[in-house]
Design a binder for this molecule. Structure first.
Ligand code: NDP
Length: 297
């Protein structure tokens, strides 16, 4: 039985980060422009701390100006908004990312809407979502951008392909669907109310799963030869009772990976797939923002 080709997030992300570093060096040399990224972390959520550290390290490694602001979980909304406004006005900063989720009591929407849309490298501001929906240049959320980079590298031209996206969140499902539409795919967006989801998925040449349900997509939901992009990151207990008893967990995607390997043409693993692209795409977005702000083509 033939095995799907694995789309390696590590290799793709490394390549993208190297391209970004090259572009940063050229911007510095030719225009005296050093893209700058500010990451704001509120509170001490362990996963957020890991993500923020990685964003800081990779942006520095790419030659960017990089600052991290750490605020206590009980920071007032006014103080946080004040920091965002200060970063909006800072000419050395071209990208602002407020790490989500924020601690309870802080209004995420109000904070995101205060970020200058030109510096919104997470692509979550309504202006950027609206520009994306209208097919105008925008800053696109990093994970969807990572999905598209992997699809283009794997399949080349996506025009005319049937794409099914499971999930309609503002962070992943909707922007992925918009980007696939822009790439001239015929797009279906499925969600929790979709009838006969398995049959809908079986129509897909490209299947993007962004659900948050461990291994929900089974092999017989996949059209033979399809390209499967698994965005899901789910922590589940080990089957091994000893490890499970120790409270150890492992990461799995939204796709039943092992059985899917026998049907799909290409597939992203979890871990080692889309997740690794997100930071690389954040760097790419920061360069895009810096060039637009500075008026550099
Ligand atoms: P959300 O919870 O915001 O959205 C989940 C979507 O899945 C919703 O649209 C929901 O439908 C749909 N859904 C839920 N249950 C079902 C079901 N049984 N059948 C069909 N559709 C269903 O999650 P996110 O979009 O933020 O994230 C999705 C996954 O991607 C998560 O596992 C998350 O951890 C991961 N993720 C990974 C990233 C990465 O870097 N790789 C980055 C961001 C997220 P409805 O709208 O009807 O409720």
């Amino acid at each position: 039985m033939s095995q799907a080709q694995i789309i390696d997030g590590k290799v793709t992300a490394e390549r993208l980060r190297a391209e970004v570093a090259k572009e940063v060096a050229a911007l510095k040399a030719q225009h005296g422009l050093q893209p700058g990224l500010a990451v704001v972390l509120v509170g001490e959520d362990p996963a957020s701390q890991v993500y923020v550290r990685s964003k800081g390290e990779h942006s520095k490694a790419a030659g960017m100006h990089s600052v991290t602001h750490r605020l206590p979980a009980d920071v007032s909304e006014d103080e946080l908004l004040g920091l965002v406004r200060q970063l909006n006005a800072d000419p050395a900063i071209h990208g602002i990312l407020v790490q989500l989720p924020l601690p309870k009591g802080l209004d995420e929407k109000a904070i995101i809407e205060t970020i200058d849309p030109n510096k919104d490298v997470d692509g979550l501001h309504v202006v950027n979502a609206g520009r994306l929906a209208q097919g105008l240049p925008s800053l696109v959320p990093c994970t969807p951008l990572g999905c598209m980079t992997m699809l283009r590298e794997t399949l080349g031209d996506l025009s005319g392909k049937r794409a099914v996206v499971i999930g309609r969140s503002v962070l992943v499902g909707k922007p992925v669907a918009q980007l696939l539409l822009q790439a001239d795919c015929t797009v279906t967006v499925a969600h929790s109310r979709t009838q006969d989801l398995a049959a809908v998925c079986r129509e897909a040449d490209i299947l993007v799963a962004a659900v948050g349900r461990p291994q929900m997509v089974k092999a017989d939901w996949i059209k033979p030869g399809a390209t499967v992009i698994d965005v899901g990151i789910n922590r589940v207990p080990f089957r091994d009772p000893v490890k499970a008893a120790e409270g150890k967990t492992k990461l799995v995607g939204d796709v039943a990976y092992k059985e899917a390997l026998a049907v799909a043409g290409h597939i992203t693993p979890v871990p080692g797939g889309v997740g690794l692209m997100t930071v690389a795409c954040l760097l790419q977005n920061t360069v895009t923002a810096a060039k637009r702000i500075a008026g550099v083509a």
